[in-house]
Design a binder for this molecule. Structure first.
Ligand code: PGA
Length: 258
């Protein structure tokens, strides 16, 4: 059984002091646990160096929440994959539904961001997920399939092996309404089958497919116990050290029980 992956997405929250005490509290608590679970913390850009500095000694990796689809140059306000690497960042979320909704990110732009991350050997955490209307209309599988095909299926076998997929139903993000473990498992299995058809069984098995959307200390264990749920992308609950650590502990237990 492969270990789980738990990623905290702090979004646009925390002052520098708050970020420092949150990261230190997480570091202190997980230092006590002999972790199999891979833990990633994705703070806002200005705090990345704080996390990369701590990550050297802590049980976690640093991740960014976004990167530019361009290389370096005249792109005011953007942050390149090369910059992230130079700070010691190892993961980067791309295609989050909030980026799609508020910043007009399309599957084609997300594919370009994945390419920049690949060029710099960063691990892309590529988000997909349907809107509530899509689910009500029974289109959720089609929507997710298109997102994955258009943002990832240009990659070679060697490249796709380094990608993490996060299934985040948009209706569950920040709403307190979680997908049921059965709904999550059904979509994760579907995504794994898509990868299997394109890249083969071994790559499909090895690909991390994590769940996001109101995952918290209470429901994490039930979600992570599903066969095809390899961990979680955690928003709100990653802003409280105690809750985030309980989610990591749930991931540890789920691996042992699977
Ligand atoms: P949430 O966010 O856990 O607050 O629902 C998850 C995410 O958007 O990554």
């Amino acid at each position: 059984m492969k270990s789980k992956l738990v990623i905290g997405n702090w979004k646009m929250n925390q002052s520098f002091e708050e970020a420092e005490s949150l990261a230190t509290a997480i570091q202190d608590e997980i230092a006590e646990i002999h972790l199999q679970t891979e833990v990633v913390i994705c703070p806002p850009f200005p705090y990345l160096e704080l996390i990369t500095d701590l990550a050297d000694e802590a049980n976690f990796y640093a991740g960014a929440q976004n990167c530019s689809q361009f290389n370096n140059g005249a792109y005011t306000g953007e942050v390149s994959a090369e910059m992230l690497v130079s700070l010691g960042v190892e993961f980067c979320i791309v295609g989050h539904s909030e980026r799609r909704k508020y910043f007009g990110e399309t599957n084609a732009i997300i594919a370009e961001k994945v390419n920049r991350l690949m060029e710099h050997e960063l691990i892309p955490v590529v988000c997909c997920g349907e809107q509530l209307e899509d689910r009500k209309a029974g289109n959720h599988f089609k929507v997710v399939e298109t997102q994955i095909q258009e943002s990832l299926f240009h990659l070679s076998k060697e490249e796709i092996e380094h990608v993490v997929i996060a299934y985040e139903p948009v209706w569950a993000i920040g709403t307190g309404e979680t997908a049921t473990p059965a709904q999550a498992e059904e979509m994760h299995r579907f995504i794994r089958t898509l990868i299997e058809k394109k890249y083969g069984t071994e790559i499909a098995f090895n690909t991390y497919i994590i769940y996001g959307g109101s995952c918290n200390a209470k429901n994490a264990m039930d979600l992570f116990s599903q066969e095809n749920v390899d961990g979680g992308l955690i928003g709100g609950a990653s802003l409280k050290a105690a809750d985030f650590v309980q989610i990591i502990e749930a991931a540890e237990t789920a691996v042992c029980e699977n």
